[in-house]
Design a protein around this ligand. Structure first.
Ligand code: PMV
Length: 326
């Protein structure tokens, strides 16, 4: 019997976003991106290859997934089997520790944890770089969740060169990310569909590539210098320019809802009142607010009044992949 291995990976929020693939099969992105791994939201995944199984069995939060819903998981398992020279099916059991179901994307932490658990359960001892390449095949953003702190996903041009590189794993800087859960339901347009439509139909896509190159070149020294204002200004502008690709696609669409706009306005008001903070958004209506530890009481109080206490979640920089004792 092969061992059951459990891995834990944390989610990450991109400060310079990934929005578009150059290769949809291998998930090679159009541009590099840079994120912050968070401590509060993570996935624990256990994998065991078992000769008694006649198919892969995938359970997420105690629910067995249909073959269709588990397609991406089985794709990653196939890659692992191929590398390890195995034909055995696996039992995968995953638990998402995200405070409100579906309120925040879990694919980054889920596929990073799967890569870590499945590879070791198959007897492979992959480097973290190779784990990031394997996680990438499940979901692009998962590439970055292998490492902690600030992480760059270098676009590369093929399977070998498209990988995550830690930019600053130990973050000795009192910053926080406040996640506002504005709509806990499943997103209507997946990131996969949304980014593909932006690449093929937005007339601004070429400009986005230039935006990302400039933002990466300026955010890195700003992070190193712990220049909070500059990092905040870059990440906020970058997120809005990403969302401009959705509005300029054909047909146009948007991830914003009314509360997203209200939350962004509140961030601007907080800033004017002296609590420096900046917003970012991904492929859904939830707003994430980048701020400094000292301003957390004022900021969280304001959002708790505006929305609800349990919709305001505070996270800090988090660690890279870990393996747990079974
Ligand atoms: O890799 P996916 O399908 O989770 O897409 C991620 C897209 C964004 O979250 C919007 C941006 C990013 O870089 O994480």
């Amino acid at each position: 019997m092969m061992p059951a291995i459990t891995a834990r990976a944390h989610t990450n929020i991109a400060l310079v976003k990934y929005w578009g693939k150059a290769d949809t099969d291998l998930i090679i992105p159009q541009t590099s991106s840079l994120s912050l791994t968070l401590d509060q939201f993570y996935t624990d995944t256990q994998v065991q290859f078992d000769p008694a199984l006649t198919a892969d069995q995938v359970t997420v939060n105690q629910t067995v997934l249909s073959p269709d819903a588990s397609r991406k998981v089985r794709h990653v398992l196939d890659l692992v089997r191929h590398q390890a020279g195995l034909t055995t099916f696996a039992r995968v059991s995953s638990q998402n520790h995200v405070p409100m179901a579906a309120g925040l994307a879990s694919s980054a932490s889920a596929f990073a944890a799967l890569a870590g658990a499945a590879s070791r359960a198959a007897g492979l001892n992959l480097s973290r770089t190779d784990l990031s390449r394997l996680a990438r095949r499940g979901s692009g953003s998962a590439t970055r969740s292998i490492f902690g702190g600030f992480v760059e996903w270098q676009a590369g041009h093929d399977d070998a060169s498209s990988k995550a590189v830690p930019f600053m794993e130990q973050v000795d800087w009192p910053i926080a990310m406040v996640a506002l859960v504005l709509d806990p339901h499943q997103k209507k347009i997946s990131s996969r569909q949304g980014m593909q439509s932006s690449v093929t139909t937005s007339p601004y896509y070429a400009a986005w590539r230039d935006v990302v190159a400039t933002d990466l070149a300026t955010i890195k020294p700003a992070i190193q210098a712990q220049d909070f204002q500059q990092v905040g200004e870059i990440l906020e502008a970058n997120a809005m320019r990403m969302h401009a690709l959705t509005l300029s696609a054909n047909p146009p669409y948007s991830y914003f809802n009314g509360d997203s706009l209200v939350a962004m306005q509140t961030v601007r008001e907080l800033r004017e009142a002296g609590s420096a903070c900046y917003y970012t958004m991904d492929a859904g209506p939830n707003v994430k607010v980048f701020c400094q530890e000292a301003d957390l009481p004022v900021i969280t109080h304001r959002f708790a009044q505006q929305f609800r206490d349990d919709r305001v979640l505070v996270a800090h920089p988090g660690p890279g992949i870990q393996w747990l004792e079974n």
